[in-house]
Each structure stands twice: as structure tokens, then as C-alpha cells.
Design a protein around this ligand. Sequence first.
Ligand code: GUN
Ligand code: FE
Length: 421
Amino acid sequence: MQIYKAHILFTEHSDRFEVFENGYLAVDNGIVKGVYKTLPESLRNEHVTDFGDKLLIPAMCDMHVHAPQYRNQGIAMDLELLPWLDNYTFPEESKYRDIKYAERMYRRFVRDVWRFGTMRTVAFATIHKDSTRLLMNLFNEAGMGALVGKVDMNRNSPDTLTETVEDAVRDNEELIAEFNHDGALVRPIITPRFVPSCTPEMLTACGELAKRHNLHVQSHLSENTGEIAWVSELEPDSANYGDAYNKYGLFGQTPTIMAHCVWTDGEELQLMKRNGVMVAHCPTSNFNLSSGMAPIRRFLNEGIPVGLGSDISGGHDLSIFRMMVYAIQVSKMQYQKDKSKAFLTLPEAFWIATKSAGRFFGKVGSFEPGYEFDALVIDDSQLNHDNYSLLHRIERFVYLGDDRNIVHRFCRGKEIAEPKI
Ligand code: GUN
Ligand code: FE
């Protein structure tokens, strides 16, 4: 049993923080046993790790990120999605055939995910099996949780990023056999890039893989108006973009997350709701690629699960704390257009990034009993120069803090050291 003492904050509910000033948190075998204002009699003999005046909060979940776009972070934001893919993204991803290049970039990527306090990641790799395996091994070595997808694509892509359906299935099967074990921290996720990159045969094969191995699925949905028009040409028999995935068993038949959903509405939205498909909301990517503003309030009102994603390199920022700020800001732009759409509050954004997102991994993202202990210790002393309340301290950290304030990181109960690059 481990006992931690600190100012403990988390969002069991979306409308408020639970706050335990100088509270205690008990962890047994990586699982939260309880959070207490005073230490119960039965735990008085246990060793207490005292974090003093620091904050103890759940670690972050990044629900959508392209690890092989790491070199392009913060550059090439002058185009919309489709020409951006052709001109900047596909050439960069093509380099990951070279395992040495992949190792150099992926080590930095994993180290920086660690820096920003993200202990669970849902990542796209590339079509390349060997560099995908490398990325999975790096997450495993670090001790950080991840669902990592070998990307599947076989049309409208350069030759360097085009594979046959048979090759894609064989490579997926190999990674599945290697990594898909009960309780594994790093697991495969079926990853058709998006409908324009995958023929009906490829989408069918992906749906079958997900079903056969009961695997999670990730892709992109309704991000950009040009993309959506193209999908309706490519899939004339589908009622909408989401319905195209649904036909192939890639839309909630197993746990599914779709990035963006900027233009999701009507039948597509109802289908997501019925099928329990999660949205990865990526506000910085949606700004940078001029994609639009996703209807997050609507998704929340409908009970559609939502998490936050950095979407490097469409997005430029790996910090999920900063992603909360962007999500709040974009909701305020929408509120100005329609006052019936209440903007997000900080507890709501925090809940989306932790407990709401964390359900994709199991019991992750909260400090309620039974949750995996994924946590960060925040030293905000340089931000707390005038006796702020704990609620103002967490707000200032989210808005003003950075990786330098994160002084300990835990995933499944284990303290995670800085990964070597
Ligand atoms: N749609 C298909 N591929 C991508 C990608 O790499 N990034 C984003 N933002 N959207 C995509
Ligand atoms: Fe993406």
C-alpha cells in the first residue's frame, strides 16, 4: 500500500473539482483505494509520501496524435487538410521506412509526451510495421500507456505509403500477436487512416481484424468540408461519412474513437450516439488547418463521449493542459454565435481530458476507488505568489503552467522516469 499526501484535485463529475486540501490518497497494486481528508485508522501504520504544498491530479490522456508527424510540429500550417497531407505529411511519414530515422524521432516524441504529463496516448504510427513496433516498444520501456496503430492505407497516397490489403492484414496480425495481451499497457488499435486513403476492401479487412481480435478502432471523421465532399463521391451508397465506417464494422462495433467530427450533425451524430463512438476533439488542429469548430457542447448534451487530442502536427501543441484552454476558447467563440450553447468551464474541460477520455483505456482518469493510479504532482510555487485558493491554483497551472511544473508522474501506480532519447 502507498499513501500520498498533497492537495488532491480531480473531476469525478464534469461540473466541479473534488478538492482535498492536505488530503491523502491510498494506492494498492496500482489501483486507487480511496481519497481521504484525514487518514483512516486502518492506514495509520502505512508509510506516507508527503508532497507538501504541491497539487496531486490525474495524469493526462492524449486521444489523437500522429507520432511520425513530430518533426513537422509547429511548421507547415499554410494549407487546408488535403493539400497539407500531400505536400507536408505524406513526405514526412514516408521516411519511417527507415527504422533509424524512426528511432531518432520516436524517442524524442515519447520523451516529450512524458514531459507534458500525458500517461495515456492514442497514437497513429505509419504503414510501416517495424517502426510501429519500435514506437510500441518505446512506450513499453517508458512504462506509459498507449494504443498504437499501424496505419492502413492503399489509395490516393504516394507509392511510398501504399500497401496491399494482404500486406496490411499480415503486418497487423504480426503486431497483434506480439502485443495484444490482457492487461498490456501498450496495445494495438486498428487504424484505417480515413476513407479517402482506404478502398472498400481495405476497410472491410480492417473491420474484420477489429472484430476477430476485439480491438479498438481509430480514424478521422468529418474534419474538413473538401474531405467530406470527396468521401461522398468515393462512398455514394453511404448515408454520411460515419455511415461509411459503420458499413465496414468500424464505427462502435468495438470501442471506437474518431478524430475531429467538426462537421458531424444530423444522422451521423445520431449514429455516433447510438454506437457509443468517442470524439477526439483537437481544437488546435482545427484552427491550424482552418477546418472549423467542432460542436462539443452538442456532443456533451447528447451524451456522446469526448476526449482531447493534440493531433500533432495538424495541431502544434503536445500539452493537454493547453488543449483544455483551447477547447474552452473555441467554445466561447461558438457561444458568441449562439448563446444557447454554453461555453465549457474549466472543470468540464478537465473532466473531458481525464475521466471522460480515460474510459477508452478502462478505469483511468479519476481518483475514485478502483481507478488505475495515473497521476501528476504539480509544483506551482512560482505561480502561487499570493495565497491563491486551490481552485485558482489549478486554473493558473492549466492556463500558465508548463512541463517544468510537473515534478512527478505516475502510470498504473509506478513512478515514471524521464525516457532516454
Ligand atoms: N486525415 C487523414 N490523415 C490525417 C492526418 O494525418 N491529420 C489530420 N489532421 N487529418 C487527417
Ligand atoms: Fe489526425
